[in-house]
Design a protein around this ligand. Structure first.
Ligand SMILES: NC(=O)c1ccc[n+]([C@@H]2O[C@H](COP(=O)([O-])OP(=O)(O)OC[C@H]3O[C@@H](n4cnc5c(N)ncnc54)[C@H](O)[C@@H]3O)[C@@H](O)[C@H]2O)c1
Length: 345
């Protein structure tokens, strides 16, 4: 694709700001020309703030004729419907995570993008964290030797008011629970770094919040490479976010990345030296919130891919993997047994 890429954005809520501000960093290659929200006030406010046309109906925005790509920031259960509508208009699709709340819908979105010859990007900006990039390189270089165990903790706080703020939150159809929404980057991280997964067992529960889905859960994972993993998630930490961490125990290396959102390397020890060890001190950063800074890097890859100079960091098939693991965790918890992957639906 040549020239400036015209983006439209649907869903002007909390995360939309990260998208528009990321896009604003690439003025030579991209511009936001239109936004849409069913809430007219939000649409108008975002449109006026970022000098974009605004709509309350997605079909009207998709029909304007000058768009190249759509960023989808609506409730998760709506991503497939909105993505398919955009793909049918031959627009590239950037969807927030998770790409869907069911595998069937995720596959419908992937197929629609394939059939219409457009790219599908699933936003997994945490993979670009400087801390996780170092860990990924250490794994790819084989520095851990055999990996024995991986522990992930997501000990965050979401008060009842967070769920009450928007009706879709905490529903099975539009959101999913702590694993599907808040911890989905962490499920993606463990799958990306250590996967593929052989089987999973889990307990989930709604221990305190008044929502349909889980506010807490634990998952035990057996990886195909023989490693064991566990993911502990709660949205009930008193009184605020405490930890988003990853610990990897390998034959010749031990690493722990902590902070509130895997933003701080707390332990880094390998049998053999590598020049990357010098980067450990500078890789720690302080994110403004648990969403981090990754949307800018993510959009760089989107733009480079659309310009034909890169491949997608996380396309639809890559985004589908963590969704499958989350749904495997839910199935294991529901049925009280270990669930092998891949899942059938
Ligand atoms: N990548 C990340 O780190 C990250 C962080 C937060 C949220 N998210 C994801 O972003 C998505 C949105 O989350 P949020 O917290 O911004 O939610 P939000 O409720 O703040 O915003 C959603 C917006 O979509 C609008 N909307 C709903 N239905 C619509 C429709 N049919 N057409 C147009 N607009 C519609 C709502 O009015 C609302 O303004 C979710 O899928 C969530 O999982 C990702």
């Amino acid at each position: 694709m040549k020239g400036i890429i015209n983006f439209g954005l649907v869903g002007c809520g909390r995360i939309s700001k990260n998208h528009v501000e990321a896009l604003a960093k690439f003025t030579e290659d991209a511009r936001l020309v239109a936004v849409c929200d069913v809430n007219a006030e939000k649409a108008k406010k975002t449109g006026e703030q970022y000098a974009a046309d605004y709509y309350t109906n997605l079909d009207d925005m998709l029909s304007r004729g000058d768009l190249d790509a759509i960023s989808i920031c609506t409730p998760s259960g709506l991503h497939p419907m909105h993505g398919i509508a955009a793909a049918k208009k031959k627009l590239h699709v950037i969807t927030e995570k998770p790409m869907a709340t069911s595998l069937k819908k995720a596959d419908e979105l992937i197929s629609a993008c394939d059939e219409n010859g457009v790219q599908l990007f699933v936003v997994k900006q945490n993979r670009l964290n400087s801390t996780l990039q170092l860990v990924k390189r250490a794994i790819d270089k084989g520095r851990f030797g055999r990996i024995y165990m991986v522990i992930v903790n997501v000990l965050w706080a979401r008060p009842q008011s967070y769920y009450d703020d928007a009706k879709w939150r905490g529903t099975w159809e539009f959101d999913g629970g702590a694993f599907m929404n808040q911890a989905s980057h962490y499920v993606d991280m463990i799958e990306w770094l250590i996967g593929p997964v052989e089987s999973v067992s889990a307990f989930t529960g709604t221990l305190a919040r008044k929502i349909e889905t889980e506010d807490s859960g634990v998952a035990a994972i057996k990886f195909r490479n023989g490693a064991f993993g566990s993911i502990n998630v709660t949205m009930l930490t008193y009184p605020k976010n405490l930890e988003g961490s990853l610990t990897i125990i390998g034959e010749t290396g031990t690493v722990r990345v902590g902070g509130i959102a895997v933003n701080k390397i707390e332990h880094w020890e390998f049998q053999d030296y590598d020049d990357d060890d010098k980067l450990v001190g500078t890789s720690t950063y302080n994110p403004p919130n648990v969403y981090g800074f990754g949307h800018t890097g993510y959009y760089k890859n989107v733009i480079d891919t659309l310009k034909g100079t890169a491949d997608p960091d996380t396309d639809g098939r890559e985004g589908r993997k963590s969704l499958e693991l989350i749904l495997g965790i839910y199935k294991a918890a529901r049925e009280g047994r270990s669930i092998p992957l891949p899942l059938e639906y």
